[in-house]
Design a protein around this ligand. Structure first.
Ligand code: FES
Length: 157
């Protein structure tokens, strides 16, 4: 699956701004994932060609970081912070509540393909714990009501 011309152009811009081709790997993978929702083996091979590195180097990075999905993920990714401040303020309950509402376990995607639920390390908003990251938006001081609202909004999309 060759990349579209607009995607290639964006990737070349990222690469040209990086000190070395290899150092563009993570932003390149992020851009590809933003386009397709996940990183297929074909897209990782294509990225390897553009970066002039081995496909296994790309795969190692893609499988090391939890922010990358090598299997199809949901349209929206919800990250539940499970680090100390959030843990002390009920992150476990938030996560269980979300799993129950969505009918999935952490790491899974809803059958309609809309939401993937993941655990995250500290999301850098400890003072407003418990927090979740919904795509690029932080939801703070979570309550069950707020979780209901977030899920409702994502399910409508
Ligand atoms: S511990 Fe959750 S944001 Fe820092």
């Amino acid at each position: 699956m060759p990349f579209s011309e607009p995607l290639k152009k964006r990737l070349n811009t990222i690469i040209s701004k990086s000190e070395t081709k290899r150092s563009a790997l993570i932003p390149v993978l992020r851009e590809i994932q933003n386009e397709y929702g996940s990183l297929s083996s074909e897209s990782m091979e294509e990225a390897a060609k553009m970066l002039e590195i081995s496909p296994s180097s790309v795969q190692n990075v893609a499988t090391f970081y939890t922010m990358f999905f090598t299997e199809p993920a949901g349209k929206h990714i919800v990250w539940v912070c499970r680090t100390l401040s959030c843990a002390l303020r009920g992150a476990e309950h938030v996560e269980h509540y979300m799993c129950d509402k969505l009918g999935i376990k952490t790491g899974e995607t809803t059958p309609d393909g809309k939401i993937t639920l993941m655990e995250a390390e500290c999301l850098a908003s400890c003072g407003t714990a418990p927090v979740i990251l919904v795509d690029d938006t932080l939801e703070e001081n979570l309550t069950k009501e707020r979780v209901d609202k977030v899920i409702e909004e994502l399910s409508k999309d």
